[in-house]
Design a protein around this ligand. Structure first.
Ligand code: UFG
Length: 330
């Protein structure tokens, strides 16, 4: 297949491109490189430095290639940041995505896999979370993603553009070639690893008074390669089944780990002791988010390879040791 990957220089996008190329697909990446890294883009992919705000530039890429499908990873994706910068989030996540979808419709390209999020569920009453749990996001980030899911269903009804929404829980881990390098870094596992390797003094535990076993927030960590495999299954299903209807799937391992569990895992894997300091709660954090992924397992045969937290952390630790400065200045 020839696939356009929007956001293929970012963490999850670049790993998905790596797996797509390993599977023999032809890949074109568009990315504005605001958060992504040029060095993260697989050398066999064609990279166009384009911002999703630039509709004519997106359109010219569609005119240049005939795509079988599109994967859309571009987004501003930090919960806390979205609370203070909602205009940026609505602009990037809604207006930018709309340009991409517009170009797909104008150029007659169907089949879109969209990066959605567990944040659309807000603070669910029961766990694990199934796809039909109430959609009540707690922050602008989650609302932009939910809004775009609705937009895609409307576009499908009117224009026949099929799309699959993949709702990620907490992406983590690395391949031997690509890993997590956010600037600034706000995610738990890379920050704990930074504390383990002496790059920071300690890790702040954002709240230890949540209604969980040890009082810290519980999340469902899923390996980035397992996310990538879900994208490949989803796009293959859409392309090979023209009658397939658009759908949405939750993606997690179905197991919850507290912040303290994750600190213990990093200590086990690295052999270093990490200093943890309890800090106030972070705005917008639900206590527990654990996925039911039964639907995608049954519908698409998705089967994650990294079922335990230590194996996910181990892959991230290997990447960090090999790339202590991430992608450096790329
Ligand atoms: N945490 C700390 N200390 C830190 C960083 C994080 O205690 O220094 C805690 C957070 O409060 C949270 C947990 O660790 O309880 C995980 O935090 P992350 O920032 O790593 O991830 P989030 O759960 O906030 O968000 C991630 C993605 C979102 C996505 C969400 C879905 O960044 O885009 O998972 O579960 F929506």
């Amino acid at each position: 297949m020839r696939i356009l990957v929007a956001g293929g220089a970012g963490y999850i996008g670049s790993v998905t491109v790596e797996h797509l190329i390993e599977d023999g697909h032809e890949i074109v990446v568009i990315d504005n490189l605001s958060r992504g890294h040029e060095k993260a883009v697989h050398p066999a992919a064609k990279l166009h430095k384009i911002d999703l705000a630039d509709l004519p530039a997106i359109d010219s890429v569609f005119k240049q290639y005939e795509f079988d499908g599109v994967m859309h990873f571009c987004a501003s994706s930090l919960v806390g940041e979205s609370v203070v910068k909602p205009l940026e989030y609505y602009s990037n996540n809604i207006c930018g995505g709309l340009n991409l979808v517009n170009a797909m419709v104008t150029n007659g390209v169907g089949n879109l896999v969209f990066s959605s999020t567990a944040a659309i569920f807000g603070e669910p009453e029961s766990q694990p979370i199934t796809e039909d749990a109430p959609h009540v996001p707690l922050n602008p980030y989650g609302r932009t993603k939910l809004c775009f899911e609705h937009l895609l269903r409307d576009v499908e009804a009117a224009h026949g553009l099929k799309s699959t929404c993949l709702r990620y829980f907490n992406a983590a881990g690395a391949t031997t070639q690509r890993g997590e390098d956010h600037r600034p870094e706000t995610h738990l596992i890379p920050l704990i690893m930074d504390a383990a390797r002496g790059k920071r003094e300690s890790i702040s535990v954002f709240g230890d008074d949540y209604p969980t076993v040890d009082g810290t927030c519980v999340r469902d960590y899923i390996h980035v390669s397992d996310l990538a495999q879900a994208h490949i299954l989803a796009i293959t299903h859409l392309v090979n089944n023209p009658a397939a209807a658009g759908d949405a799937f939750n993606l997690g391992n179905g197991m919850g780990f507290s912040v303290r569990d994750v600190i213990n895992s990093v200590q086990n894997v690295t052999g270093f002791t990490v200093t943890a300091m309890v800090a106030p709660r972070r705005a917008g954090d639900p206590a527990v988010l654990v996925a039911s992924s039964d639907k995608i397992r049954n519908a698409l045969g998705w089967n994650p390879n990294y079922a335990n937290l230590d194996s996910i952390v181990e892959s991230a630790w290997h990447w960090v040791q090999k790339n202590p400065d991430g992608y450096k200045n790329s």
